[in-house]
Design a protein around this ligand. Structure first.
Ligand code: TRP
Length: 450
């Protein structure tokens, strides 16, 4: 039994840029490239984007700083962090909820979709374009997701790749991978944008994306924007708390958070810029929901010259984005197992991954048929509970905790014990004490519909 790892010197990120790449790698994921554009399509284009940006600046960013601060102060996995800080054990609830909802449940469906991206990289090269030529991308997707054994195969493949990185640890595994993958992702994104906005007829897409129509805004728009902001920034489930626990004491939390949140928002906005002009130019509708990436886009690519290459690049982009996020989700479960049960990293990665794969199988199979929970597909139900219920609750509790019960130590942590000036300190305090909890509570209450 090797119980030494929990008490041995804790690992740290190798460099500041490495940490920011890893945190951005966690934040930038399917949420940015798959989910953000389809929500924009569904919730009325630019109006949604404006609301999203405001929420991210005043709610998401302050909560991210709070999570980093808790993590770095405690130097522990989320479930143990609050005990390490010596506060009321009630707050450990945040850690438990986050670990279960994030490390286990979110990852369980995340790796199903991650598996689809691998399938689509391969399909792009082996006939997806011919299928799209005859207008059958919907059928292609529909027939793929009901072949459960195949979906599960790709889900496991995706998970194995994630495991392969996480087993290497914080600086030699996750950081090293993100330092290569994130810049590559950015370059691919730029190639796709140039292609998209130079297509004849791209203007209509730009207008839809950049010209707000506030008549489409409803309560649901706000809930979607809030849920998306937290999901995209990887908040509320202890991820940033875990990543924060590996940062050095000299690191500046405000600027690291600003970089992470800024890069995440940039990539989401760029994803829209890559997608909408092309969708409109080729005469498609943007409001196709979750099918936007997997059904509409292949059809869009098929109409372009050299569409196969762009299709392949797009799904590669989606895969890189997904795998760096999956690493962060798995790391939460792994840090938990190492510190709570004193497992070695290798064992923790194996045990946790098996649990997560098993949990994901119902999600993978639910697409094939009638595995439903109160009328929702199993996968939709899990996603709904994580994103619209547990994630806001986690963030709400984290801001209440920091704003009202742990403010002084948090300020100490954020300013590196008074050595770092943070110009917006008062605004931040105001946000975590009032703006975030009230906004989260209200939007949560108003938007809760099954
Ligand atoms: N932020 C990632 C995305 O945009 C997903 C993700 C990773 C996540 N870690 C998370 C979401 C933690 C919520 C909580 O796809």
């Amino acid at each position: 039994m090797s119980g030494s790892e929990g008490s041995a010197k804790r690992e740290q990120w190798g460099s500041r840029i490495g940490f920011i790449m890893a945190a951005a790698g966690s934040a930038i994921g399917l949420g940015n490239i798959w989910r953000f554009p389809y929500l924009v399509g569904k919730d009325g284009g630019a109006a949604f984007v404006v609301i999203y940006l405001i929420i991210t600046v005043f709610i998401g960013f302050p909560v991210m700083m709070a999570e980093f601060a808790i993590g770095r102060a405690a130097q522990k996995a989320p479930v143990l962090a609050f005990r390490a800080l010596g506060v009321n054990p009630f707050w450990s609830l945040i850690g438990w909820m986050g670990t279960i909802a994030g490390g286990f449940f979110t990852l369980s469906f995340y790796n199903v979709v991650g598996g689809w991206t691998i399938k689509y990289i391969i399909a792009s090269l082996t006939g997806l374009m011919e299928v799209a030529d005859v207008g059958k991308t919907g059928e292609f997707f529909g027939e793929f997701v009901v072949r459960s054994y195949e979906v599960v195969f790709y889900q496991i493949l995706f998970m194995l790749i994630t495991m392969g990185v996480v087993v290497g640890g914080i600086s030699k595994g996750i950081e090293r991978a993100c330092k290569v993958l994130m810049p590559t992702l950015f370059v691919i994104m730029l190639i796709l944008i140039v292609r998209s906005v130079t297509l004849p007829g791209a203007g209509a897409g730009l207008k839809f994306y950049l010209h707000p129509d506030f008549t489409k805004v409803t309560g649901e728009t706000f809930l979607d924007a809030l849920g998306q902001s937290f999901f995209s920034l990887s908040l509320g489930l202890g991820i940033m708390l875990t990543y924060g626990s590996y940062i050095g004491k000299e690191e500046r939390i405000p600027s690291s958070s600003a970089w992470t949140a800024g890069l995440d928002t940039l990539i989401a906005l760029l994803a829209g810029l890559a997608i909408f002009p092309a969708v409109f130019a080729m005469g498609f509708e943007p409001g196709s929901g979750a099918g936007l990436s997997f059904i509409t886009l292949p059809a869009v690519f098929a109409k372009m010259p050299a569409g196969m290459i762009f299709s392949c690049l797009f799904f590669l982009l989606l895969f890189f984005a997904a795998v760096t996020s999956a690493m962060s989700l798995l790391e939460v479960a792994v840090t938990f197992a190492i510190e709570k049960f004193h497992m070695t990293r290798k064992k923790a990665v194996c045990v946790m991954s098996v649990i997560i794969i098993l949990l994901g199988i119902p999600s993978a199979m639910s697409l094939a048929g009638d595995l439903k929970i109160y009328g929702k597909d199993f996968m939709d139900a899990i996603e709904y509970i994580c994103n619209n219920v547990l994630l806001p609750i986690g963030s709400f509790l984290a801001s209440i905790f920091v704003g009202w019960f742990w403010l002084k130590p948090a300020i100490k942590e954020i300013t590196n014990d008074g050595q770092v000036q943070f110009r917006w300190l008062n605004t931040w305090i105001w946000c975590v004490r009032f703006v975030s909890p009230i906004a989260i509570a209200y939007i949560f209450y108003a938007g809760l519909t099954w």
